[in-house]
Write a protein that binds this ligand. Sequence first.
Ligand SMILES: Nc1ncnc2c1ncn2[C@@H]1O[C@H](COP(=O)(O)OP(=O)(O)O)[C@@H](O)[C@H]1O
Ligand SMILES: [Mg+2]
Length: 346
Amino acid sequence: MATGVINFKKVNKSFDTDEGVNHVLKDIDLSIPKGKIFGVIGYSGAGKSTLIRCINGLEKPTDGTVTFNDQIVNQLDHKSLLNLRGKISMIFQQFNLMPGRTIAENISLPIKYQGFSKEEVSSKVRKLLDLVGLPDKYSAYPSSLSGGQKQRIAIARALINDPEVLLCDEATSALDPETTDSILTLLKQLNKDYGITIIIVTHEMHVIESICDDIAVLDKGSIVEQGNVYAVFSDPKEELTKKFINTTSNLKISQELVDTINLRPGQKLIRLSYRDGETVTPLISDISRQFNVNANIIIGDIKLIQKQLLGGLIIVLDGDKAAVDSAEQYLQQQKDVEVEVINHAR
Ligand SMILES: Nc1ncnc2c1ncn2[C@@H]1O[C@H](COP(=O)(O)OP(=O)(O)O)[C@@H](O)[C@H]1O
Ligand SMILES: [Mg+2]
């Protein structure tokens, strides 16, 4: 199984606290494929930071193993760990730039003692500043930058060792939506152009659906669901996964809205969730024709996940009562569509 660039095998992590033992990671098995963008989503306190910090040895599992290529991370000595952190770099929610140093000094900090000449360092820094789109910030100080610019500098610093893996701990959680998207676009570009494996931990569904290939859902220290993002999103098994999906879906219609839609006798308010956008449009005209019912679309929501359509509709089925029931049954029989009657007239 363990074929990823990073593998967790039966990883447990506990902290001893004044209140007793806090068991934070529970039997984590993960295989993170090389060259992919892997997302871990969970609520605050789920153990995301602890999990990602086990990858570069900032935390040590209580038991189990974390491997990077064929190295067992949790058995490395101090010197090998420092070496490893050149290949696995990290960015943070709060950017962690040094306020008293210039941008160039911040970016070059990780290679300060590696014996490069001033010119070599300066040329590396300038290339990275170009890459992150801030060529004129060489001599600026962090305090003069916006949050998004600071994160770009942190990304440049993370790249100076040509890492194989980039760890992102809530890297966009302090940013506004537009800036978040520009940073996500940059990460995606780094992944595509340089093949860097990216691991993102976040509580934001938007981050996962925008750029991740694979996802693991972390609930109180356990991974409850994982797989390809499209596969998980189109057929979520766990309540928690559904909750996260609902945070970015228009199809999660409030009771208030349901109550404002006055259904006449025979009408049913139905939610259709589907995996394949191509199949649902003919379905709506199918039922209209076959059963002589009307399907009025109240809400439509569709998004592109890994270049595939995922979404749904909320419709009011309207017509003769028996016809509406038959149409609903017909919908229930479709394999790529999940049908849920939200409300019906009494
Ligand atoms: N160094 C530590 N000592 C004791 N408890 C810790 C330590 N680091 C994290 N924890 C605890 O581990 C749990 C998970 O924390 P964390 O990994 O930061 O979660 P997340 O990043 O998902 O919010 C929390 O209950 C937190 O209090
Ligand atoms: Mg955290």
